[in-house]
Design a binder for this molecule. Structure first.
Ligand code: SF4
Length: 213
């Protein structure tokens, strides 16, 4: 299992209602809530961000397809919005995307482009099953801990904090193998790689120290 993004998107907030700093691989921007919701509207709200993700993916996918076909379609626009509807026992979120091609585009091309738009990666994610996993990072002591050392570093595992995210053993199986009794092999990869993986543990169950410390 590898994440789609090399670095996670990092978001944080302080006490300024309700500004959130979103840090991505090449910069940062502010998200906020509208004034009616108590924010200052200094950035897009979470619904806008969700819709923007879908609409931008549709536009990029269409542009790639149009360029590949060498069609002359200079402009594409999408209006998008959402609402929730009760269908039987379930609340279903309906997302509408209205695609427009200002200018002259043949009917046959439009039909094909609609099919392509429906297949963009974010549409597929939203149409398929999604599971949201939320972990809590805990710092500090735990009664139980097990050390696994190589020449350079010692990896410390605190089983009481492990939330079984599967992240370590799916991303660095050469080192982490939950089927083994001594499940961490600190000689299975370079110390640098192990440290990188330890730092991705979402619960605080994994940590390390340099032996010379
Ligand atoms: S990454 Fe951390 S929380 Fe996830 S399984 Fe490994 S030790 Fe447990």
């Amino acid at each position: 299992m590898q994440y789609k993004l090399e670095q996670p998107v990092h978001l944080s907030t302080g006490t300024e209602k309700y500004q959130v700093t979103v840090e991505w691989r090449n910069g940062k921007f502010i998200a906020d809530e509208p004034e009616v919701a108590g924010g200052k509207d200094t950035g897009p709200d979470p619904y806008t961000l969700l819709l923007s993700s879908l609409a931008s993916c549709i536009l990029v996918t269409l542009r790639m397809y149009i360029d590949r076909k060498e069609w002359t379609i200079p402009q594409i626009a999408v209006d998008t919005n959402l609402y929730a509807e009760k269908i039987g026992e379930k609340t279903v979120t309906i997302i509408d995307c209205d695609i427009r091609f200002p200018g002259t585009v043949e009917e046959e091309q439009k039909t094909r482009l609609l099919e392509i738009a429906k297949k963009c990666p974010i549409s597929k994610i939203l149409e398929n099953d999604i599971k949201v996993r939320t972990f809590l990072f805990r710092e500090g002591e735990s009664a139980k801990k097990v050390n696994y050392a190589n020449d350079e570093i010692t990896v410390v595992w605190k089983p009481e904090l492990c939330q079984h995210s599967t992240r370590c053993w799916t991303q660095l199986p050469e080192v982490f193998d939950y089927k083994k009794r001594h499940w961490i092999n600190p000689d299975g990869a370079s110390s640098e790689k192990i440290i990188e993986q330890v730092n991705k543990c979402p619960s605080g169950a994994l940590s390390f120290f340099y032996n010379k410390e």
